[in-house]
Design a protein around this ligand. Structure first.
Ligand SMILES: Cc1cc2nc3c(=O)[nH]c(=O)nc-3n(C[C@H](O)[C@H](O)[C@H](O)COP(=O)(O)OP(=O)(O)OC[C@H]3O[C@@H](n4cnc5c(N)ncnc54)[C@H](O)[C@@H]3O)c2cc1C
Length: 424
């Protein structure tokens, strides 16, 4: 059985473990630490112990699984309404490539398509960093039907045993991931913003905002496989198509345990033998009948914007929105905003950037009159260059910015617009 082990010879009864424990899972009696029934094996006491007296013994059989039998990182390649791979799937392939470099394993993209689909999606996934694509071309997968997809992914995972499965936290991904996790009897962490992996154990450290974004919680799934996580779109960059260099340049390109250079994979599109055709059980049928599709025109998504102007309460009044729109127009940018502007009814929710809005990853983000609250910053981590205008030189947004302009944002934007208009 898994459990907390205290080395009585080493323990000095200092109670640091008790203070570090968040679940009353350890106590000190007669100057000796001992676990209580509240222990959840989180390891906080192990880290806190100054004399290395505490360790966790893990027994793989506690979950009935041989954890070593699980290998590789899978990315679910969701398709959009037009049948193309969603951007978030490519972002995840790029991240999986980095994790695989640390772990010394492969990246496998899982792709479900309609029967007549071309090779384009498989090729794109390979050139974005996948080592293999598991593809099923079957009309039952042409519609995003959670039950059909869940049964397909579950049986594939049971058969091939991935160590980690990543999905985009799209509306469909959020529905599919728990449906698969519960069938596989494993853990799932939703809405991760940071993913790291332990080279030796393959344990995925899944970090996500908790308690309204006031702290970041790192969650692990020590006893079950696969470990599953969803990640919101825009958190990680889309990898450049493989030319060798872009995929190997990652700073996570450490040497793997077997001495290979990590992150490297052949520069290729999809060679036929990189794509493995897999089947969907003939017994699986959809209980959903699609009567008609009604496209919703929600306008361009700020998640995909290359250039983004984000406005906050510092713009002062709704009357200043046309000026901000004009700036966005001149820059070829989309318009985003902070939550208070949505709550005030100045802009629709689809413009909201942040933890409870959209995560964005533009090349350039111009932040205007935004304080930089942690819930807002949670959504802009993927931006390449941030330029912020704020009258308060101490505003937290400046801590996340590459270029800081201290001044009245209306004055600065008026000047910017005038200069851009002169040039155009
Ligand atoms: C659970 C939870 C989830 C949340 N989710 C989100 C989210 O997804 N996205 C989000 O944005 N917020 C979110 N929030 C709200 C968040 O905490 C902040 O309240 C919000 O981001 C602040 O918006 P703001 O920067 O526009 O306004 P403020 O914090 O009021 O900042 C206005 C800034 O404008 C500056 N300013 C004022 N006048 C001028 C001027 N004339 N020129 C230049 N600068 C000026 C000020 O110095 C200030 O820094 C969430 C909060 C909670 C509790």
């Amino acid at each position: 059985m898994s459990g907390l082990v205290v080395d009585a010879e080493r323990c000095i009864g200092c109670r640091r473990c008790v203070r570090a424990c968040g679940s009353a899972g350890i106590e000190v009696v007669d100057r000796l630490a001992r676990p209580t029934q509240g222990c959840i094996l989180c390891g906080a006491c192990v880290d806190a112990c100054p004399v290395d007296a505490i360790s966790i013994e893990r027994d793989a059989s506690a979950s009935g699984q041989d954890l070593d039998a699980y290998r590789d990182i899978w990315v679910f390649a969701q398709l959009d309404a037009a049948g193309s791979v969603e951007r978030v799937a490519l972002e995840l392939v790029g991240k999986a490539r980095q994790l695989a470099a640390v772990r010394g394993c492969r990246v496998v993209a899982v792709l479900g398509e309609g029967a007549g689909a071309s090779d384009d999606n498989a090729r794109l996934l390979m050139s974005s960093g996948a080592d293999e694509v598991l593809r099923c071309r079957d009309d039952r997968l042409a519609t995003l039907d959670t039950e059909v997809y869940a049964r397909w992914l579950t049986s594939l995972a049971e058969e091939r045993r991935p160590e980690t499965v990543l999905l985009g936290a799209t509306a469909f991904g959020r529905e599919l991931a728990p449906a698969v996790a519960v069938r596989l009897r494993t853990g799932l962490t939703a809405d991760c913003t940071v993913l790291e992996i332990d080279q030796a154990s393959g344990q995925l450290q899944q970090t996500r905002p908790a308690f309204g974004g006031n702290l970041m919680a790192t969650i692990v799934c020590p006893g079950h496989r696969p470990q599953m996580a969803t990640v919101r779109p825009g958190i990680f960059p889309v990898p450049d198509p493989a030319d060798g260099s872009s995929l190997t340049a990652s700073s996570e390109g450490d040497a793997t345990s077997d001495g290979q250079t990590s992150g490297e994979r052949p520069a290729s599109g999809a060679a036929a033998d990189d794509v493995t055709e897999v089947k969907l059980d003939p017994a699986v049928s959809s209980r959903i009948r699609v009567l008609e599709h009604e496209p919703v025109d929600a306008g361009a998504s700020i998640a995909d914007a290359e250039v983004l102007v984000v406005v906050g309460r510092g713009i002062g009044s709704k009357k200043n929105l046309p000026l901000m729109r004009r700036l966005a127009e001149l820059l070829g940018a989309e318009l985003g905003c902070t939550r208070p502007l949505v709550e005030a009814g100045w802009l629709e929710y689809r413009h909201q950037v942040g933890q409870t809005g959209v995560s964005v990853a533009p090349r350039l983000l111009l932040s205007i009159g935004v304080s930089g609250a942690i819930q807002h910053l949670a959504g802009i981590g993927g931006a390449q260059t941030v330029v912020a205008i704020n009258e308060d030189s101490e505003a937290p947004i400046f801590g996340a910015s590459d270029c800081c302009v201290v001044g009245d944002c209306i004055e600065v934007v008026n000047e910017l617009v005038a200069q851009l208009e002169r040039r155009s």
